[in-house]
Design a protein around this ligand. Sequence first.
Ligand SMILES: Cc1cc2nc3c(=O)[nH]c(=O)nc-3n(C[C@H](O)[C@H](O)[C@H](O)COP(=O)(O)OP(=O)(O)OC[C@H]3O[C@@H](n4cnc5c(N)ncnc54)[C@H](O)[C@@H]3O)c2cc1C
Length: 452
Amino acid sequence: MNRSASIVGAGLVGSLWAVFLAKRGYKVDVFERRGDMRKAGFIGGRSINLAMSDRGWKALRKAGIEEQIRQVAIPMHGRVMHSTTGELTYQPYGKEGQSIYSVSRGGLNLELMNIADQHESVNFHFDHKCEGLDMNTCELSFTDTTTGKQNTVDSPLVFGTDGAFSAVRSSLQRRPMFNYSQHYLKHGYKELTIPPNAAGEHQIEKNALHIWPRGQFMLIALPNQDGSFTCTLFLPFEGEESFLQLQSDKQILDFFNKYFADAVPLMPDLLNDFKNNPTPSLVTIRCNPWTYKNKVLLMGDASHAIVPFYGQGMNSGFEDCTLLDQMVDQYGEDWDEIMTNFNKTRIADADGIADLAIRNFIEMRDLVGDPKFLLRKKIAAHFSKKYPDQFLPLYSMVTFSHTPYAEALREGKAQDELFERILAIEDIESRWQSEEVEQIFSSWLNNKQSMA
Ligand SMILES: Cc1cc2nc3c(=O)[nH]c(=O)nc-3n(C[C@H](O)[C@H](O)[C@H](O)COP(=O)(O)OP(=O)(O)OC[C@H]3O[C@@H](n4cnc5c(N)ncnc54)[C@H](O)[C@@H]3O)c2cc1C
């Protein structure tokens, strides 16, 4: 067997998957549209960070680079909510000792490339833009963006990890029986910065993810190693409160002073950032099948791009690598079996996390400040402590466990029914530890177990 593979896209998932394949002794060619970010000195660029959780860590552990990344990751133990009047409320994310971690996206990508590069069998080809796939031969075609020259590459295995607007997927889309959907949110986003203070320290609590929930929109902030925070404003493109309404300096400042007054003094470059940074859109992409001729496989955002509100886009892409690698063990490098089974089992999970991510947007922007929602969290934590083997809050299941996402979505719906009944109890605020609540929980649990 010719143990070689081509990977299209040296982003987070492509670079990590190159490490997995190289560890198995495959010869790997990675083709990336952009130049080598290591030469381009990305470090000076804007810092964008991502929340890494247990599914992501598991994949990095398997690749042997967990410790290296942990050293530069900042633990966020919970959410700090900022009210319009500047009051702060804190909600832990999980049990004592459980955190999500803020990591630099560029820094992580760079480390993954470096680790992949340490394997002699991995070759990166930068400035190589994939133009598509020949559907008869599965040959990939590329344009060298520095010379304009075109070339083709034939490889026994092709992995399309070229992101949400994948060229590999575009070729597959032209085949009959390929299902595809893309759905844009009405919201876009804008990245802003809270710089460090004069001493180089974080200006607000470092070990937390900050949220300014405002109903239809929100601002969030994640910490960086250099003392700064990367903030993201999620706001509708059009409507009463929208990007369209924020054109002049006065409109921008009035909006921020009205809704995020405590953040404004922390952002001296607010106006510049707001006017100069782009306003990208947010898309959910689903497709099926992810495979072609059991020779081509889509992974990461190329097969399942989701909105960022559960912090699971990269994590789910990294989990693709873990699960696929497990299947390589299971099926003894029989790629017909591996691709068939990966396609069969993983798409439902990708759909699950896509739905959960949209649902969490409503929770983050609208509910995290709602007293009933906070009470629900408190009762959920109580059940989880009292019945650790029978009850895991949905957020923990998605973030701190490896339960398949489709199962987590089903559990989330079941937990909604449970809390609907509990929160309907009169004076629930003072009676949440009553016998009545315990009885509702027991009957819910019995019902769930009998259906299983
Ligand atoms: C605002 C925002 C916040 C997010 N926050 C989180 C978070 O907190 N936690 C989390 O887990 N996820 C988060 N995500 C999602 C995460 O960024 C993605 O899921 C992740 O980057 C997907 O990795 P990927 O390798 O599949 O795709 P990408 O990272 O998009 O990489 C694709 C690569 O392919 C290259 N490429 C594209 N087209 C071609 C071509 N034609 N030829 C060759 N190369 C090509 C690109 O240059 C790129 O290097 C967030 C996303 C957004 C937008």
